[in-house]
Design a protein around this ligand. Structure first.
Ligand SMILES: Nc1ncnc2c1ncn2[C@@H]1O[C@H](COP(=O)(O)OP(=O)(O)OP(=O)(O)O)[C@@H](O)[C@H]1O
Length: 331
């Protein structure tokens, strides 16, 4: 458990500064949801601390949206518990909902209104005071990178810009927990980058982020911890490197060199597990390529090899997913 943190929730009395006694912002235990005979979510548990981005990574139909809908309090669960900022949370918990910014896949914007007018509308829904709303709307436009286009009607926006505005709506009331459901699905690369940068900036300010995606690269770039979900169950959880280590895959350093031959100096290095020798190339298997690379290169050079190119291959979450479930992430 970390040190206590403060989360500023606004100046309106209904959104007054809250003291969060722990840095554990979200805790869910043994979540379960069935639709008829289908078990959509089965015994899902995880926690997210302040400033942390937790990614739920899994293919279509894995149970990501169902899980986060229960956490957001918009879908009743069949089993398990959720607590937000140390208080039990569910579909009827207004206290918890004020502490969550939920950004669904579907857009809920007024196309004829501008971004600023949309935000003004939602600020009223959140019962933000006038002055508070005015400041917060400008801050949120800045965070999602739409200040320059704030006056334009939303119907003229690209899909990615609408998605960014939707995220802005979720941020208006300064929630300590932001839930994003596949925020980059189908958006242009520029908006995708803007979204990823906004999320990184928010976690820097202490916001806890729950992020669902089936894009492995996003989970790897953004998430401090990742839960790999398939058929409603979390199959493994951890930081990228922990997940990769879990399935026992090694990094590979490929050295392209003339006149390759077995190199005992390389095999003698403690970090080297195995060396494969082929015509014109050596495949050096290590647990952590980034830390082993300088010594591997030095040993190869000392042994008289003239290295012409170096390539590092680190096993990614796709290989972990394949290993755990026997199928590709994007079937
Ligand atoms: N309201 C519902 N009624 C019946 N089945 C449902 C309902 N909502 C979800 N499901 C089913 O539950 C399973 C999990 O769906 P869910 O939408 O949570 O997956 P997901 O991982 O979010 O997928 P996607 O990436 O496509 O959004 C799927 O088999 C889906 O068909």
């Amino acid at each position: 458990m970390g040190s206590p943190i403060w989360v500023l929730l606004g100046t309106d009395p209904a959104h007054q500064t809250a003291i969060v006694s722990t840095d554990e912002i979200l805790k869910c235990r043994n979540l379960r949801k069935t639709f008829g005979d289908l078990v959509a979510v089965d015994d899902v548990s995880f926690t997210i601390t302040a400033g942390e981005t937790y990614g739920l990574l899994g293919p279509n139909g894995a149970g990501k949206t169902t899980t986060i809908s229960m956490i957001a309090g918009i879908l009743a669960r069949d089993g398990g518990d959720v607590s937000v900022c140390d208080r039990p949370h569910g579909t009827s918990s207004a206290w918890g909902k004020r502490r969550i910014g939920y950004v669904p896949q579907d857009l809920a914007l007024y196309p004829d209104l501008s971004a600023r007018e949309n935000l003004r509308f939602f600020a009223r829904l959140y019962a933000l005071g006038r002055a508070e709303a005015r400041t917060r709307i400008e801050e949120v436009l800045e965070v999602v990178g739409l200040t320059d286009r704030a006056k334009d009607p939303v119907k003229d926006y690209s899909g990615g810009m609408k998605r960014r505005l939707n995220i802005g709506v979720g941020l208006l009331h300064r929630p300590p927990l932001l839930i994003l459901d596949e925020p980059t699905a189908g958006v242009d690369p520029q908006s995708r980058n803007a979204i990823l940068e906004s999320v990184a900036a928010l976690t820097g300010e202490g916001v806890a982020v729950l992020y669902t995606t089936h894009y492995m690269e996003e989970a790897e770039r953004l998430c401090d911890r990742i839960g790999i979900i398939d058929l409603g169950r979390i199959r493994a959880e951890g930081a990228r490197r922990e997940l990769v280590a879990l399935v026992g895959e090694l990094d590979r350093i490929t050295l392209t060199a003339d006149g390759t031959r077995p190199v005992p100096e390389l095999e003698a290095l403690p970090e080297v597990r195995e060396v494969g020798v082929q015509e014109g190339r050596l495949d050096v298997m290590v647990a952590d390529a980034r830390s082993a690379l300088p010594r591997v290169l030095a040993a190869a050079t000392e042994a008289g090899l003239v290295v012409r190119a170096v390539e590092v291959h680190e096993p990614n979450l796709e290989s972990v997913f394949l290993h755990l479930t026997g199928k590709a992430l994007r079937d």
